[in-house]
Design a protein around this ligand. Structure first.
Ligand SMILES: NC(=O)c1ccc[n+]([C@@H]2O[C@H](COP(=O)([O-])OP(=O)(O)OC[C@H]3O[C@@H](n4cnc5c(N)ncnc54)[C@H](OP(=O)(O)O)[C@@H]3O)[C@@H](O)[C@H]2O)c1
Length: 320
């Protein structure tokens, strides 16, 4: 077992529900075993811990993931372990691998209180409580009752309050969130954001975040799998060539390069792995062994696409 805490965190979306958004080929499953799926998820949490991972990100919207984590935490005793969860999505697919509706979003005070009643069981490991996918559309950043309740949880439970952001207007959402204060105290201190070699739009707000000492957590660092060479994305041929060349040079996988790129260019609190198995997680962890040169960073920075294009393409990805 690795005693040194690693930088990478584990996102638990893939171990909590049989389908989530990525580039895998769509298959119709008939032989799905819920018990097997549960055991695999539980075992990945333990394997991740043994590999040195101490930051775990979950959400009630990730099917059984939050409950798996609650159960697994009972088996350890380690003050280094840190958990982040969210509220705002209800999982509705009932573990049917062929389901078409997966989740329902609701940013109400009632939903916050309902989901908190389960998430509270993650204490004392729970450090971070986030609005799941804050957007202007749900009005959550203007909902006085919700904001006051979050401020109360921050004060009473000592939690870091945060939000996750998604979409081409991520920057505007972050700007608004940064300006929110409750009784003169800024409410949000953690921001789980999308950032990767393709969507680097976060860069525009990094200086401001740094000045305010905010905690940045990076999700979708592998662009949901789009960083891996794929004939469906011929427009990324140059990116694939560059990633391959750098990966060969460092003797690691493309995933390690893409993750380390996020680390070196943003210097976030943590970068999340979305791996669903130990082989991919181990490969992701190779990021810890390398340092990209200034020239490699420059080459990768040049591969960014516009946020609008990135999110159009992301919208077309299926639940697989
Ligand atoms: N707040 C939100 O709204 C939100 C949204 C998305 C994600 N998240 C959080 O961020 C975490 C990570 O995001 P993500 O899973 O969407 O995105 P990601 O890390 O960009 O991509 C994960 C994809 O990359 C694949 N992959 C990883 N390592 C690989 C390897 N070595 N070889 C081949 N494929 C590999 C995974 O496949 P396998 O599954 O086969 O390992 C999966 O399909 C989630 O678990 C969740 O905690 C939050």
């Amino acid at each position: 077992m690795k005693n040194n805490k690693v930088y990478l965190g584990l996102g638990t979306a893939a171990i909590g529900r049989p389908q989530y958004i990525n580039i895998r080929e769509k298959t119709t499953k008939t032989d799905f075993s819920l018990e097997e799926f549960r055991n695999q998820g539980f075992s990945l949490l333990q394997q991740a811990y043994e590999m040195g991972i101490r930051y775990f990100d979950t959400a009630p919207g990730y099917g059984m993931a939050e409950n798996l984590l609650i159960e697994w935490l009972k088996t350890i005793e380690d003050p280094q372990v840190e958990v982040a969860t969210k509220w705002g999505y209800t999982y509705t697919a009932n573990f049917d691998p062929n389901a078409t509706q997966h989740e329902v979003k609701e940013h109400s005070l009632a939903k916050l209180n309902e989901q908190w009643a389960t998430s509270v069981q993650l204490l004392p490991y729970l450090t971070t409580y986030q609005i799941h996918s804050a957007t202007f559309e749900t009005g959550v950043l203007e909902n006085e009752g919700v904001l006051r309740r979050l401020a109360q949880l921050k004060k009473n439970q000592g939690l870091v309050i945060g939000l996750t952001s998604t979409g081409s207007n991520q920057l505007q959402v972050l700007q608004q969130a940064l300006s929110i204060q409750i009784e003169g105290v800024p409410l949000f201190d953690a921001f789980q954001v999308t950032y990767n070699v393709l969507d680097q739009s976060l860069a525009a707000i990094l200086e401001e975040m740094g000045r305010q000492h905010k905690r940045i957590i990076i999700k979708e660092a592998l662009a949901n799998g789009r960083v891996f060479p794929n004939p469906d994305y011929p427009h990324y041929a140059e990116l694939y060539r560059i990633l391959n060349e750098i990966a060969t040079h460092h003797s690691v996988g493309i995933d390690a390069i893409a993750l380390q790129f996020c680390r070196q260019t943003v210097r976030p609190f943590t970068v999340l792995s979305g791996a669903s198995n130990a082989t991919h997680l181990l490969s992701n962890l190779q990021m810890e062994e390398i340092k990209l040169s200034d020239e490699e960073i420059r080459l990768l920075k040049d591969q960014a696409v516009s946020a609008a294009f990135y999110w159009e393409e992301r919208k077309a990805l299926d639940w697989n």
